[in-house]
Design a protein around this ligand. Structure first.
Ligand code: SF4
Length: 331
């Protein structure tokens, strides 16, 4: 990723990663800001500018470090080294929080975040798993910062615990030679190829994601698949059935044997509709008045009858190909 401009908090120069990024992007325009959370010049842009906003890089330090309990693959969601992303998935959950300012923000105070993580893990009585990628895509971020090898190497200095992160990107090669000691859980999100192309704009293709899954399993990582988000487009049964056929045919035996699967149905919102209509006027309409219902705060989810049909279908399709017990949860 080559950003067009960089907005930065001048304090980043006090950190090694801040200095490194300064020299890496020395040829770009650098614009000083007070706070990465509120850049008025960007916040007040038109929705139609969304694509251009996604080409910016924002650098700062993370000031809030609150861990949030979670009860899926991880025990806690941990705010980590980035938020936002350069891709433009039309349903991106971060748009709900950051609106059109869901561009990539990098936080250079990684040593402080790691110290806190190690402390938390060491003092816990039980083996905890920390989700460090819930606010961004760390595989994408890694292409700019090389933070993932740094993170894995440093986290292993803790006495126990595991880290996990999901991705829609396939650039995993820098992770393959690392001594991860089985304490890293990698999860790759998948969707039918046509949904990736039309909806998950700017992410890796299904072919490349499958290849990355096989490589990570071969390198000994715990690897899971996120069928997420399931989108009930017109021909969804055919598309998802083809997706599972491809996974069955193209995933390695090693991957299939150890994998677990999470299934998440799409939620959408009024904010997405508004931004997408103005920034991507030709894109697929994800809002479906027949199948969706409001669930408060301008959000939409699938109606119970459609949702139940979807759950049953996905469950049976997975079980038929990969056997019972592979699905961790459907949400
Ligand atoms: S890859 Fe993830 S973070 Fe990036 S736009 Fe898509 S859903 Fe959002």
């Amino acid at each position: 990723m080559r950003p067009t401009q960089i907005y930065y908090e001048p304090g980043i120069d006090e950190y090694a990663l801040g200095k490194e990024l300064r020299s890496k992007f020395a040829d770009l325009p650098w614009i000083p800001i007070d706070n990465h959370n509120n850049i008025e010049e960007l916040r007040t842009k038109e929705n139609s500018e969304f694509r251009n906003l996604k080409q910016l890089l924002i650098l700062g330090t993370r000031k809030t470090h609150k861990y949030v309990e979670n009860h899926k693959v991880s025990d806690y969601l941990v705010p980590y080294t980035s938020s936002g992303c350069t891709a433009m998935c039309l349903y991106c959950y971060l748009v709900c929080n950051y609106n059109k300012c869901s561009y990539l923000r990098l936080f250079v105070n990684r040593e402080q975040m790691m110290e806190r993580l190690i402390r938390n893990s060491n003092k816990s009585l039980k083996e905890l798993t920390y989700e460090i990628g819930s606010n961004s895509d760390l595989v994408l971020e890694n292409t700019i910062t090389n933070n993932l090898p740094w993170t894995i190497e440093n986290f292993l200095k803790s006495k126990k615990g595991r880290i996990t992160f999901p991705s829609k990107f396939s650039m995993v090669d820098p992770l393959l030679p690392l001594d991860h000691q089985g304490r890293v859980i990698f999860r790759m999100s998948v969707n039918p190829e046509s949904i990736i192309r039309d909806v998950e704009i700017g992410t890796s293709s299904l072919t490349n994601r499958i290849e990355a899954l096989n490589k990570m399993a071969e390198a000994g990582y715990h690897v899971g698949i996120l069928v997420a988000p399931v989108i009930l487009v017109d021909n969804w049964k055919l598309l998802y059935s083809e997706l599972f056929d491809r996974l069955e045919a193209e995933l390695s035996e090693k991957m299939k044997k150890q994998m677990f699967i999470e299934v998440i149905f799409m939620t959408y919102s009024f904010v997405h509709r508004k931004i997408n209509a103005e920034a991507f006027p030709d894109a697929k309409e994800l809002y479906d008045a027949e199948k969706m219902t409001g669930r408060g705060m301008g959000k939409y989810c699938y109606r119970n009858d459609f949702r139940s049909e979807g759950e049953l279908f996905v469950h049976d399709e997975i079980e038929r190909r990969f056997g019972p017990g592979k699905i961790l949860y459907i949400s």
